[in-house]
Design a protein around this ligand. Structure first.
Ligand code: T1G
Length: 690
């Protein structure tokens, strides 16, 4: 056959073994020999039954995502499944690891499915802006019922074997060796004599009330956050109920191809690979051994410290939280208990899981109690003097080889490391609030940070379910530095003539979860006010709002008005008058400001700053910046991240407008970065810079 597909015969049972590391993705290199193997087994009279199994860590994890966007090569996955369904002999899929997407669809083309107890199955295509394209939306509803299928397909979340067996998605959970068990199962089915029915011959589970189903669709797609694929996936599942098998299959293919060729899917597929690429760090190889992390300490039990402790405990790590006194410690631990209790109340975790996580968290006021921890994460006040005190104390106490991490969100990590005798053990772990929820983790690489410390931070991120991006040292690293550029013009836009609701509306239309003015009302104007004052900076409108005690939602008024108990922002004539008065005071002639201008004066400066970050090697690649913004700041997934979006929109057009605004304002944020000019001139993309 081929090195990716081999056939062995076990007394009348043909075992077809696929071996296409790392995840047996169904690329052409696998489809072609698999097609040949199935044809051979079908034609061989000595073969009474067929088992399809996979080598390596998992059954087929889907179509080869890297193949999308390239010319299709026969045989297609639907061709493979059609061939499977032409085989009368019992066919059995032996599933281990994660049978996902096209992998599950291929298994659904078999008569039967035998799975390892620890296996997972799913149709995660919506996470790539796709829908299942090889019959998943038509076969799965016939197997498990439309509403169960709807949940699996629209959520994109895999299910475990207990649920899969209960739903009838798998026929048996293997005992002992999976392939041997699947061969025995095939033999038993042969002995039973059949008939062996393919799913296409079953429709008994489709007799459902369409109205109830449509209600379930509304519920299932509520969180699709402006993404199209979940809606199209639900439409395809509905077709399985209302159309004939073949008509539904044909319509599914049309919907799949439409999604595959969409900008949204290109963006989401970009993010799939970008997230994985971000873990490939210059200087860190697979041989770089991470230091073991079985115990951790967190300095500070405030919002960030408590969230970080929870993130670590959620990842199964024992955590000691240090606070300066018993009262602050009790307050912090109490807040953690309250957050977990809320999760139990919402049904996100069980009471037992809450208890297990809480049992991993303890408190102390004594640095000496931290000495044996493998890692300590400092989450104290953002002041270099305080950081120096803490790291000086940690340097004296922590065991040799312990990792000393700072959660600083913008301070110079090299300066923090200089407070210790072990700068090679110092790294930045910039969590995003709420730290136990937000997935992004900026791993800040100091000049002296050792490679194995970086490798340890990457392994820790994976263990606690974070999305890591390694960044260099500068003010604000990647995310906050670009955020500063994006907000630079906010006040000028208001003075020029825009309203807060107009600016926020442009952001909402772009797909951001929230615009900058609603965001600062949520965060609290007083926070940024104090920060500006510490840097000797002013913002005429925001400062005036703070002087009037309008700190945002917490004061029921900020840039907007908030009715008691409501978070809904309402435009406030007082703010409009304040802006007009400030503009007059500053001699700014007000005028109509269009949506294009708002985008050009907010989004383009952050893209420009991203280009500078690449030039300065603060980020290793443009796609790392996309991963930061999508996972840490709510950049719309459907747009793939600021740098991906800039390439697709046209770097030349962006540079032209940056030039224009640079001429109009003379502001540095608009001065095109040299590499942006270079790409505008060559017509190349950021990947060409690598
Ligand atoms: N295609 C190509 N490469 C893939 C891949 C795939 N489907 N899945 C993983 N890889 C690569 C990945 O880029 C990485 O490469 C390596 O494998 C290990 O992945 C027709 C249209 C299976 C749960 O969406 O969810 O079928 O960085 O680091 O954490 O209807 O990979 O080592 O060079 O993620 O152990 C549907 C996507 C496709 C599954 C394993 N399937 N993959 O997680 O390893 S569309 C998916 C995953 C489809 C049909 C439709 C995860 C995993 P590198 P990893 P992991």
């Amino acid at each position: 056959m081929s090195e990716t597909v081999t056939i062995t015969h076990e007394d009348g049972i043909a075992v077809i073994l696929l071996d296409n590391p790392p995840v047996n993705a169904l690329g052409h290199a696998l489809r072609a020999p698999l097609f040949a193997a199935l044809e051979a087994a079908r034609a061989d009279d000595a073969v009474q039954g067929i088992v399809i199994a996979c080598a390596g860590r998992t059954f087929i994890a889907g179509a080869d995502i890297a193949e999308f966007g390239k010319p299709p090569q026969e045989p297609s996955l639907p061709d493979l499944i059609a061939l499977l369904e032409s085989i009368a002999k019992p066919t059995v899929a032996a599933i281990h690891g994660t049978a996902l997407g096209g992998g599950l669809e291929l298994a659904l083309g078999c008569h039967y499915r035998v799975a390892d107890k620890a296996a997972m199955i799913g149709l995660p295509e919506v996470n790539l802006g796709l829908i299942p394209g090889a019959g998943g939306t038509v076969r799965l509803p016939r197997l498990v019922g439309p509403e169960a299928a709807l949940g699996i397909i629209v959520s994109g979340k895999p299910i475990g074997m207990d649920k899969a067996l209960a739903l009838g998605a798998v026929d048996r959970l293997a005992e002992g060796d999976l392939t041997a068990d699947a061969v025995a199962f095939a033999r038993a089915k042969i002995a039973e004599g059949g008939p062996h029915r393919h799913i296409r011959e079953r429709a008994e589970k489709l007799a459902v009330d369409l109205e109830a189903f449509d209600t379930a669709v509304k519920e299932a797609t509520k969180k699709s956050r402006g993404l199209t694929a979940p809606l199209k996936a639900a439409e395809a599942v509905r077709n399985a109920i209302s159309m004939t098998f073949d008509a539904a299959l044909e319509r599914e293919r049309e919907l799949f191809l439409e999604r595959r060729d969409s900008e949204e899917s290109a963006a989401q597929r970009h993010l799939f690979f970008a997230t994985r690429e971000a873990t490939k760090v210059p200087g860190i190889t697979r041989d770089t051994k991470a230091r073991p992390i079985d115990s951790a300490a967190v300095i500070g039990a405030g919002t960030m410290g408590g969230g970080i402790a929870m993130a670590l405990a959620n990842g199964g790590i024992a955590v000691k939280i240090l606070e300066m006194n018993e009262e602050a410690l009790a307050r912090g631990l109490g807040q953690i208990d309250k957050i977990y209790a809320g999760s139990v109340k919402r049904g996100s975790i069980s009471q037992a899981e809450k208890d297990a996580r809480l049992a991993r968290i303890s408190g102390t006021t004594d640095y000496a109690a931290l000495a044996d921890c493998d890692i300590v994460v400092e989450a104290v006040f953002e002041d270099m003097g305080v950081k120096h005190q803490v790291f000086g104390a940690l340097d004296k106490v922590m065991k040799p080889g312990a990792i000393l991490a700072s959660n600083t969100s913008y301070l110079d990590l090299n300066e923090i490391a200089a407070a210790t005798e072990r700068p090679q053990d110092v790294v930045g772990l910039h969590f995003f609030s709420p730290a136990h929820v937000m997935r992004l983790l900026e791993i800040v690489r100091g000049d002296r940070t050792a490679p194995d410390v970086l490798a340890s931070a990457l392994a820790l991120a994976r263990r606690i379910g974070k999305v890591p991006v390694v960044v260099g040292v500068c003010n604000g690293f990647v995310g906050n530095r670009m955020l500063a550029a994006r907000r630079e013009e906010n006040e000028s836009l208001l003075l020029s003539g825009a309203t807060p609701e107009q600016v926020d509306g442009v952001f909402a239309d772009f797909g951001w979860p929230m615009g900058p003015f609603a965001m600062v009302d949520l965060a609290g104007l007083d926070i940024s006010w104090k920060h500006r004052q510490s840097l000797g900076l002013t913002a005429p409108i925001a400062d005036a709002l703070c002087e009037a005690g309008r700190f945002g939602q917490k004061a029921e008024r900020g840039f907007y008005l908030y009715e008691e108990g409501s978070r809904a922002p309402k435009p406030d004539p007082f703010v409009a008058e304040l802006i007009a008065a400030k503009a007059a005071e500053l001699g700014v002639a007000r005028r109509a400001v269009g949506a294009e201008e708002i985008t050009e004066r907010t989004l383009y400066p952050m893209i420009n700053e991203g280009a500078r970050i690449i030039e300065e090697r603060i980020a290793a690649r443009a796609s790392d910046i996309d991963v930061v913004w999508v996972n840490g700041y709510g950049f719309p997934v459907a747009k793939g991240g600021p740098m991906f979006w800039a390439e697709r929109y046209g770097i030349g057009k962006i540079v032209d407008r940056l030039e224009y605004w640079y001429g109009e304002t003379g502001k540095e944020v608009f001065k095109p970065a040299p590499i942006l000019r270079q790409l505008a001139f060559t017509g190349g993309g950021f990947a060409d810079l690598a």
